[in-house]
Design a protein around this ligand. Sequence first.
Ligand code: SAM
Ligand code: SF4
Length: 324
Amino acid sequence: MIRIEDNLGRRFEKLRVSLINDCNFSCVYCVSEDLTDLNGHSFPEIHKDKHLDLDEFVRQIKAVHRLNPLKSVRLTGGEPLLYRNLIPLIGEIRNLGIEDIRLTTNAYYLKQKAKKLVDAGLKSVNISVDAIEPEVFNRIARFGNTSRVFEGIEAAVDTGMNVKLNAVVMRGKNESQIIPLLEYATQLGVKIRYLELMKMGHLYHSDNNHFFSEKEILETIQKKYQIEPLPRKQAETAHYWKASNGGLFGIIANESTPFCHDCNRLRMDSNGKFYGCLSNSHGEKLTPYLSNDEKLAEKLNGLLRLKQPVKFHGSELSMRNIGG
Ligand code: SAM
Ligand code: SF4
């Protein structure tokens, strides 16, 4: 088998697929519908791409997996629950022999879909929820009806699948929600991960003055609870702590504690473009090489070489396009 590995020993083991770049929310850090960034500067609108069809998604994943065996596939977006062939796609990925299939969602449509997703073979779900208080939540997601999100989270927990919560923390917007989110997650018996704000898409050229650091997140939690660090697992994006309320929380600190050195992720957007690193702003279509092992391996090795050695440096692509 042709070796696909870079000089830091990094390999592609996890594939993240953005199924659709459309979304029913417009989170302020991900997209700016009023065409301004968080500081009011204007930027170009995200246009909605036509995504690949089911067969084409499967063809791309199959070719990569054949040459470069994947341990897991995460389905994301945009909002992946808006992709209408999600259930058949999960079945097709399982047919390729990939058992560990995961999803990242805003949970708005999760209540009615959770059981069907598990029955199709979904193993775990990461749910984005940036606040407990509805007004704070709505100001970030720019969307009402928070209760549907919480119903979606609770329906996912009820199925027994692995559930994690993700919250992007922004100064002046939702740092007040760090403790309520930890307490909610603890009560539900799930992990929560706080994300440092990343300079992507419309934030790329901003001065990032809403950035709230890992250190500040830890200090906020320590005002109420004692915390104990846990060992980091290889290639994990988050560092984890146990809090004295019994909760487990992680921080994905791209800026403060970068984790590029053992990154094992490959991404494909809804157009079929592949990215070796979140810092790349131009993806590459592998379609012409799918049946030529040598060329495909060369291309995948080329994508691996695009990984940052140490730290993400931002990208003009929005997470909604590249898939978070
Ligand atoms: N719509 C789904 C959701 O919100 O979970 C999946 C796609 S979303 C782009 C994936 C993740 O990217 C979310 O957890 C979101 O909070 C995160 N994200 C988007 N833009 C971000 C940014 N600028 N900085 C940090 N995280 C971001
Ligand atoms: Fe949509 Fe997710 Fe981006 Fe929010 S973070 S706008 S829910 S894609």
